[in-house]
Design a binder for this molecule. Structure first.
Ligand SMILES: Nc1nc2c(c(=O)[nH]1)N[C@H]1C(S)=C(S)[C@@H](COP(=O)(O)OP(=O)(O)OC[C@H]3O[C@@H](n4cnc5c(N)ncnc54)[C@H](O)[C@@H]3O)O[C@H]1N2
Ligand code: MOO
Length: 400
């Protein structure tokens, strides 16, 4: 039997990084940056006022109070967007608006609330010290600064920073295109009425959601009958996708056609991996384009766990990102038992008290999967987790 690490290395060996794409900033939300973002401008770009009020030389308002205001002549207005160069003469003030450039010579702003609001002459009642109510050029970001590192996800706040830094396009990790096939004669689409012996296909929608949640693109979803002819379609696969995923038909059954047909190609190998759930796995390449394929076990939870353990690293590698999973350290909020000899991926909920199993751990039990936030990675040499034990958690797609 293979170890989890051995099989992860085998699937990673099937792929190499796709070239990064350049997208307009407006299309970058949610994408992963493939290169550092460097500011093209200082932020703020010029010294400006943080308040609507009067630009002054601080020396001219020394000692000003509401009981004893300083009265200064007002030498015009500076609005936000004023591109002229103003000079503030000693002994006078200029009306200035929030965001307007500071006139040369001014070193403070008296807010309009600390004045009589005068237009020709103003009585100022605040002894504004140098720097008061000013926003200095470059105090937030300097041109040439790396404002975001490669690997960061573009969130709305980051998108705003990139825009302010005057960077109109960014380099983002490619979104691998993935085709998904659910195999099994027992499957009917969601919304149809299954007859006795049939079940609703949940793996198809689940994998499509996992692929989309992992920053990849669903290139198509389909079904495969348990017939050699259906699976032979995969052998001749010639569409432009970066990865094929299948579920089902990879175990020891008499109708496990995916395994039967693809084994015969000699380019897809089927193995047992020392993990629970997710023991039967297959991987290789198919078709003229040598498209990488990962065949996941049919049990829904096995498929879900296998996606996180093997497919997610492959999608990250295709996107040019570090494929290594980032594990979270936590403590067990309650104890549970696992099977020795296999790495167990316990579905858990992590809250303030720690991690606890999210419910029944059968590989068919979607009820308990729905609330899980993480997979606890329990090493093969452990058979018991006790309350308070440290545990390593793999965040589920959509929960980190
Ligand atoms: N004799 C043995 N039997 C089994 C073994 C074994 O080693 N020896 N391994 C078991 C393990 S572990 C797993 S996991 C499953 C994997 O089986 P397959 O990948 O061949 O999957 P199927 O037999 O096609 O289906 C298994 C189970 O999952 C349901 N299923 C399949 N596809 C879907 C879908 N798209 N949506 C929802 N549910 C699906 C299917 O109806 C079956 O109940 O094999 C064990 N058996
Ligand atoms: O290893 Mo299977 O994936 O438990 O149901």
């Amino acid at each position: 039997m293979r170890t989890v690490e051995e099989h992860r290395a085998a699937v990673l060996a099937l792929v190499s990084a796709l070239p990064a794409e350049t997208v307009e900033l407006s299309d970058s939300l949610g994408r992963v940056l493939a290169a550092d973002v460097v500011a093209r401008v200082d932020l703020p770009g010029f010294d400006n006022s943080a308040m609507d009020g009067y630009a002054v030389r601080s020396a001219d308002v020394v000692g000003a109070t509401s009981g004893s205001p300083v009265v200064l002549d007002v030498d015009g207005d500076i609005a936000a967007g004023d591109t002229r160069s103003h000079v503030l003469r000693p002994g006078v003030a200029m009306r200035i608006m929030t965001g307007a450039p500071l006139p040369e010579g001014a070193d403070a702003v008296v807010p309009v609330e600390d004045s009589d609001g005068g237009v020709e002459r103003a009585a100022l009642s605040l002894a504004a010290e140098p720097g008061r109510h000013l926003r200095r050029r470059g105090e937030d970001v300097l041109a040439g600064d790396v404002v975001l590192r490669a690997g960061s996800v573009v969130t709305p706040g980051r998108l705003a920073l990139i825009a302010a830094a005057n960077v109109p396009e960014v380099s983002v990790a490619a979104r691998p295109r993935v085709a998904i096939f659910s195999s099994g004669d027992e499957l009917v689409p969601v919304g149809h009425s299954p007859r006795h012996g049939e079940i609703v296909n949940s793996n198809g929608p689940m994998l499509a959601a996992l692929v989309a949640g992992a920053d990849a693109e669903v290139a198509g979803v389909g079904g495969l009958r348990d017939e050699a002819r259906a699976v032979e379609g995969l052998v001749a696969f010639d569409r432009d996708v970066d990865l094929i995923l299948t579920t089902g038909g990879v175990s020891m059954g008499a109708y496990d056609t995916v395994k039967e047909v693809l084994s015969a190609t000699g380019t897809v190998e089927f193995v047992k991996v020392a993990m629970r759930p997710g023991m039967p796995q297959g991987a290789g390449v198919v078709g003229e384009r040598q498209t990488p394929i990962i065949t996941l076990p049919g049990n829904p939870v096995s498929s879900f766990v296998s996606f996180h353990v093997f497919v997610l690293p492959v999608l990250r590698a295709l996107a040019g990102l570090d494929p290594e999973p980032t594990l979270v350290e936590a403590v067990a909020a309650q104890g549970w038992s696992t099977v020795e000899g296999k790495v167990e991926f316990t579905r858990v909920v992590l809250d303030a008290e720690g991690a606890r199993p999210s419910g029944g751990q059968g590989s068919h039990m979607l009820g308990a999967l729905a609330d899980a936030t993480h997979l606890a990675v329990v090493p093969a040499d452990r058979s018991k987790i006790r309350p308070g034990d440290p545990v390593q958690l793999l965040p589920l797609v959509g929960n980190n």
